[in-house]
Design a protein around this ligand. Structure first.
Ligand code: HEC
Ligand code: HEC
Ligand code: HEC
Ligand code: HEC
Length: 238
């Protein structure tokens, strides 16, 4: 009996641990890009010049007029508070800690770090700790600890949720609200992940890492990007 109880407790503890981890990864909170940008200064500076950073501008009246007319939108209308639009032009719309129309926050406006790298509140502290351990004693940290807390190392599904979300899309999870900018409107809106993810004018330039994080899951083009990465400027969390 004693054994059975101990066994049951162990199983229950294991189950609680496993579901806890699964919840952490799938429903981790967003917190905005300020902290990421303070530490990763070079990426943040480069990202600021991208269309992703300026995505909210496109929802303002009298911007991108030609593109809007072509997609049967009203170029004079203000779409910045339209729930059928903002979801793909901000970070974490409708998710814990993410952008909301009623209380818009600047560090969540535009398509920022967390839209691609995953909601950061749970893994961000591990970056700091891992960085300190590496500085102190060259100790590396497995990427898996970050992935378990919601950091995304594959990217493709997140890109698809915005870029391939339209009726008749090859992406099976498409559901409204859809993007008005589909390949039927103009073939240039077709989304080719392997080509697009290498576009540093749309992501950000890549900068050399020290190799603090190791192992799988590693992004499939990580080594290729690092091979031609520039020397960057690092910052500190504020
Ligand atoms: C939260 C939604 C969202 C996510 C996630 C997202 N994008 Fe975008 N992307 C946009 C929007 C919106 C624009 C257009 C911004 C604008 O011009 O207003 C854009 C623009 C782009 C462009 C520029 C197109 C051009 O005309 O130059 C590329 C390339 C691109 N995205 C690739 C990607 C890739 C690759 C990923 C994943 C790693 C990704 N995006 C993730 C919403 C998203
Ligand atoms: C499902 C996600 C999604 C929704 C919803 C969405 N967009 Fe976008 N939007 C995108 C993506 C992705 C792009 C980038 C397309 C590209 O360049 O390949 C984009 C680009 C744009 C652009 C720039 C187009 C260009 O050629 O420069 C404008 C303007 C825009 N969106 C306005 C809107 C408006 C207005 C709405 C609501 C009626 C809306 N979007 C809803 C994902 C979305
Ligand atoms: C549109 C998607 C996208 C956005 C937005 C984005 N990144 Fe990235 N980022 C990537 C991709 C793809 C990589 C390559 C991953 C790899 O090589 O492992 C990357 C790599 C990185 C790296 C690794 C070193 C390097 O330079 O390659 C850091 C650090 C980073 N991003 C920080 C940020 C920060 C901070 C922001 C916000 C200011 C941000 N990223 C916004 C897609 C994005
Ligand atoms: C306290 C500073 C700090 C904060 C805050 C921080 N990072 Fe990092 N991050 C680091 C350090 C240190 C590394 C390891 C760099 C190296 O290997 O040279 C790292 C590594 C990364 C990498 C590379 C992972 C890989 O595959 O090797 C990415 C991507 C990244 N950070 C994105 C982010 C994003 C997105 C945020 C915000 C949600 C963020 N970081 C917040 C310090 C930080």
């Amino acid at each position: 009996m004693k054994y059975i109880t101990a066994y049951a407790v162990a199983i229950a503890a294991m189950f609680a641990f496993m579901t806890g981890a699964a919840i952490a990864a799938s429903d981790a909170p967003f917190e905005g890009r300020t902290k990421c940008s303070n530490c990763h200064k070079s990426q943040a500076k480069s990202w600021k010049d991208t269309a992703h950073a300026k995505a909210m501008e496109s929802l303002k009246p009298n911007t991108k007029k030609e593109a809007k007319v072509k997609a049967k939108l009203d170029p004079e209308k203000d779409y910045t508070q339209d729930k059928d639009c903002v979801g793909c032009h901000v970070d974490g719309f409708g998710k814990t800690g993410g952008y909301s129309i009623d209380a818009p926050k600047k560090p969540l406006t535009g398509v920022g770090c967390e839209s691609c790298h995953g909601p950061g509140k749970n893994y961000r502290g591990d970056h700091r700790k891992a960085g300190q351990a590496f500085e102190k004693s060259n100790k590396t940290t497995p990427r898996k600890t970050l992935a378990d807390k919601g950091q995304d190392f594959a990217f493709e599904e997140s890109c698809n949720a915005c870029h391939l979300n339209y009726e008749g899309s090859p992406w099976k999870d498409a559901k409204p609200p859809y993007t008005p900018f589909t390949p039927d409107v103009d073939p240039k809106y077709a989304f080719d992940f392997d080509k697009m993810v290498k576009d540093v004018k749309a992501m950000h330039e890549h900068f050399k890492l020290d190799g603090v994080f190791v192992g799988e899951p590693k992004f499939k083009y990580h080594d290729e990007f690092q091979a031609s990465a520039k020397e960057g400027e690092k910052g500190k969390e504020e």
